[in-house]
Design a protein around this ligand. Sequence first.
Ligand SMILES: [Fe+2]
Ligand SMILES: [Fe+2]
Length: 281
Amino acid sequence: MLTNLRVWLNHFEYHAEQPRGARSGSPSGLCTEERRLISRSIALFQLGEQSDGTGLLRAAYRFALAHGDELLPRITELFIREEQRHARLLREFMDEHGIRVKCHHWSDAIFRRVRRLAGFELYLHVLITAELIGNVYYRALESVTGCQRLRVLCRTLIADELAHVGYGSELILELRARKPAALRTWIRLLHRAFFCAAAGAVWISHRAVLRRAGHTATGFLRVCLEQYAFHLEPPAAWVGAQRPTPGGVSVPVSVGFGERAAPQCPAGASTGQPRAPDRGQ
Ligand SMILES: [Fe+2]
Ligand SMILES: [Fe+2]
């Protein structure tokens, strides 16, 4: 049985009742040039956040049955609901700003196909890949806009995703610790390779936004890998020991990222954004 499921159930139940807000009173102000820059990119992420979650839920039920983790299906339901809320929040923002929805993209199709290949554990690996890279992206998106509404939305998504990463990494490390050392090494190497490929795919599809945020291709990969190492390659002493979990309290938004002031985009202006210093160097 997995160790901290009760803590995570409390966390997801609390946030189902008190969802982090992204709408209330945040003024908009997406200028024309920003809209042009982010439209395709944000539509792709909205597509990625969108899922009915039936495959994941089925995998969670099967895993719970096999391992006696009866809380897991309920946690998974709440987790899926939170992801669907992300898709809804992004969709609302896009609708408000006349950004068209995307229905299909090759990178999204690959992610969906890979996670259907096996059981719950593989789902966890694919999900955490998307979440770790997604958080680097949302931080970049936040940094290239002066639109307060979009900045609050990015921070909301990052806060939720950090908790998801905490949950996913804890499960992955606990399950991994039960395997023989050689198998653990193989899983880690394969996942790292998949993670690098996924970060490369995100770079290709979102490089306009990422470059504007100051990333180079290698710099972006390095920041993503730092996040990977922080969450999935913790010091040996943490694995199987009392690792910090959110436990129903808010997760700090800024873990692992540098803070940077947002560019100012005057209302109605369509000027270029100042280029940020290259974080990848
Ligand atoms: Fe999400
Ligand atoms: Fe997530």
